[in-house]
Ligand binder design. Structure first.
Ligand SMILES: N[C@@H](CCC(=O)N[C@@H](CSC=O)C(=O)NCC(=O)O)C(=O)O
Length: 276
């Protein structure tokens, strides 16, 4: 693991690292924020999974999470959204390939040799950060935006013992029925749509649910709202009386201005489950 940068931030440290990933078969970059409380004892952690076109840097610099994380003594991890590099497969479209890993383990060529983002996030990077930093492995939450909201919801519902709290900002809520999902699942997972359902938050909500409160925020002026299919996930939550809420916010679009406006609520939501 190589330190790329480090900046003092709200009394803690915002750092960026590079490491050789065995699963993604390339160097991967990620960012970690350690609050001041981590100087004296291990702290709970919140993972933030980012959306299409993002690296570790977008949320680190634009989500406004560090100040609230410092108030509650939460560490933050900002992973990249895909493997990257000249040897890594890519596509000319912004929504496939590098920057668009969709948090799945690809089974299809040419993606399978590098695009193993489910296992990378839930196992390899998980092990690295809990071993290398003063982070409590048994107190982890997960959130994310858009493609990252999809990743956060699917990981939390399938791995509730690992992720003790979950929230999402404008998640891709039903990717198996959306142009943000069908194209990518077909490329990464193949044409058997039954394999896609493990990565569809609405399907997982209908079949598994989550043993805790689920917080989802969605802007009503989101330019991608028809691709996100928030209504389907809200209906699935209501059908199983899932604890939690889908909140609609007038005027907000899909940008990081929306995320930063709601970040305090999300940090409080996770702190209530993780910090006591
Ligand atoms: N066509 C656009 C789409 C890219 C975009 O809006 N990306 C969002 C996430 S969308 C779902 O996963 C984003 O977070 N962008 C980065 C940012 O810093 O705002 C385009 O290519 O611009």
């Amino acid at each position: 693991m190589e330190l790329i940068s480090q900046n003092h931030c709200f009394g803690g440290e915002q750092s960026v690292y590079k490491h050789a990933s065995d699963l993604c078969n390339c160097d991967m970059t990620f960012a970690v924020y350690l609050p001041p409380q981590a100087k004296v004892a291990p702290v709970p952690v919140l993972w933030f999974l980012s959306g299409l076109t993002c690296t570790h840097e977008n949320a680190m610099t634009k989500a406004a999470a560090q100040g609230f994380a410092a108030q509650h003594g939460l560490a933050l991890v900002f992973p990249d959204t895909s493997p990257r590099g000249g040897d890594v497969a890519n596509d000319g479209a912004y929504d496939l390939g590098q920057g668009a890993g969709f948090y799945v383990n690809a089974t299809q060529e040419p993606w399978a040799p590098h695009f193993q983002m489910w296992d990378y996030i839930t196992a390899e990077l998980q092990d690295l950060v809990t071993e290398e930093f003063p982070i409590m492995a048994d107190r982890q939450g997960i959130t994310g935006h858009s493609m990252g909201g999809h990743g956060a919801l699917t990981m939390a519902m399938r791995l509730p013992d690992q992720y003790k709290s979950v929230s999402a900002f404008a998640p891709i809520a039903q990717p198996s029925q959306s142009d943000w999902g069908r194209k990518q699942f077909s490329a990464y997972l193949g044409d058997d749509e039954t394999t896609w359902l493990n990565h569809d938050a609405t399907h997982l909500m209908a079949t598994l649910g989550y043993p805790g409160n689920v917080l989802i925020d969605q802007g009503e002026a989101d330019e991608f709202i028809t691709l996100l299919r928030t209504d389907a996930l809200r209906d699935a939550m209501q059908a199983r009386t899932q604890a939690g809420i889908v909140r609609m916010h007038g005027g907000y679009d899909h940008s990081y201005f929306f995320i930063s406006s709601l970040m305090e609520d999300h940090i409080k939501h996770h702190a209530a489950a993780l910090c006591n």
